[in-house]
Design a protein around this ligand. Structure first.
Ligand code: KIV
Ligand code: ZN
Length: 399
């Protein structure tokens, strides 16, 4: 990580807008679709936890999507509600209609800019795409004040052409410019440099807020997003649990906690109530039926669990030895010291205390040996196993 270096980086140095796209890109994750009611529930929680922009869906995609975006727009008190639209007049009109009743509505329109997409998907020339950008952004801007334009596959677009596209979009009225790493191809250095270059070269760049949108195909989505912020972006597009197309998007909880935990080198702020992160993760996992991997950063069930004897001993002496954030800060009640074959005497003694046992030194030694034998044979050692083992120890001692 590097510090913000240019004047422009420093000027914009604190607030990072959190744009959640769980209900749009997240729902594009195969098998993760949500019902109308589930979407309303997720949107309400996102709004309560302080998400700045909720991308509620892709209104042209289906009647269901249109209805859920409209209803979320009607109900949401605080967050900006965005509806996605391709660079097609019908899409833009539909998105405008869907966010019409929002207190603060946004149309998010996108078009591909990379040579690969232009040749094989769009079958259009660079000049034609520039004309499309100007016309569609202007159309959106006639419907709402808040227009986001995205350059799909920006990271595989030559920077000279990307600059022309960005300039055209801002000229036509875009207020946010999103430069996605659509296929998760960029590295952090490349992504940071791309933002710096575009912001330096595009004459009207200071009229828009720049945004990152990273996919996780190489496992770099969060690192790339943070690098983009270092390059001057001030909006991060992300999803709860990192849900999203293919390998997913940058995980909201990881972005927010990285910024909070490493303020020393990431001198930014978000408006997220981090104590709600675990609740949001559980809700999204439940409504999509997508389990959260046990070792997932921040919200995985092992994120605050320690098994090794060395770590447990450290944790019992001072939590900062092996935890860089508190479980409470993300809405988890407490750290757990998981009893297993790697656990040591110190943790075992504390576990017995917590279970209400007070054994003398010899009995404790005996019980600890038997616990280690058991842990070698059994994958999970539960409190009940330890209780049974100690009760047996006490009974044997009485015989
Ligand atoms: O990944 C992407 O490029 C997108 C755009 C629609 C913003 O999701
Ligand atoms: Zn995406």
């Amino acid at each position: 990580m590097t510090h913000p270096t240019t004047d422009a980086d420093k000027k914009a140095s604190d607030r990072v807008i959190i744009f959640d796209t769980t209900l749009r890109d997240g729902e594009q994750c195969p098998g993760a679709s949500m019902t109308f009611e589930e979407k309303l529930e997720v949107a309400e929680l996102l709004d309560t936890m302080g998400v700045d922009v909720i991308e509620a869906g892709f209104p042209i995609a289906s009647v269901g999507d249109f209805e859920s975006v409209s209803e979320i727009a009607r109900r949401t008190k605080r967050a900006v509600i965005a509806g996605l639209a391709r660079a097609i007049p019908g899409d833009i009109a539909r998105a405008g209609e869907a966010v019409r009743h929002a207190q603060r509505g946004r149309i998010h329109t996108f078009v591909s800019t990379s040579p690969i997409h232009l040749a094989h998907q769009m079958r259009k020339s660079e000049e034609e795409v520039l004309e499309i950008i100007a016309a569609t952004v202007a159309q959106a801007r006639n419907l709402v004040e808040d227009v986001e334009w995205s350059a799909m596959d920006a990271t595989r677009t030559p920077v000279e052409y990307l600059c022309r596209c960005v300039e055209a979009a801002i000229k036509a009225g875009a207020t946010t410019i999103n430069l996605p790493d659509t296929v998760g191809y960029a590295t952090p250095d490349e992504y940071r440099t791309m933002f710096r270059t575009i912001r330096e070269r595009v004459p009207n760049a200071d009229k828009a807020i720049f945004s990152v949108h990273c996919h996780d195909d190489l496992g770099l989505a969060v690192a790339n997003s943070l690098a983009g912020v270092e390059g001057g972006a001030r909006q991060v597009e992300c999803t709860i649990n990192g849900l999203g197309e293919r390998a997913g998007n940058a995980a909201l909880e990881e972005i927010v906690m990285a910024i909070r935990t490493r303020r020393d080198i990431l001198p930014y702020e978000t408006g997220i109530d981090t104590t709600m992160l675990t609740r949001a993760s559980k809700l999204v996992s439940a409504v999509t039926s997508f389990p959260v991997q046990y070792n997932k950063a921040i919200v995985g069930r092992n994120a605050f669990a320690h098994e090794s004897g060395i770590h447990q001993d450290g944790m019992l002496k001072n939590a900062s030895t092996y935890e860089i954030m508190t479980p409470e800060s993300v809405g988890v009640n407490k750290t757990s010291l998981v009893m297993g074959k790697h656990s040591g005497r110190h943790a075992f003694r504390e576990k017995l205390k917590a279970l209400g046992y007070d054994l003398g030194e010899n009995a404790l030694e005996d019980a600890f040996r038997r616990f280690k034998d058991l842990a070698d044979r059994k994958k999970n050692v539960y409190d009940e196993d330890i209780e049974a083992l100690v009760d047996e120890e006490i009974l044997t001692a009485h015989d």
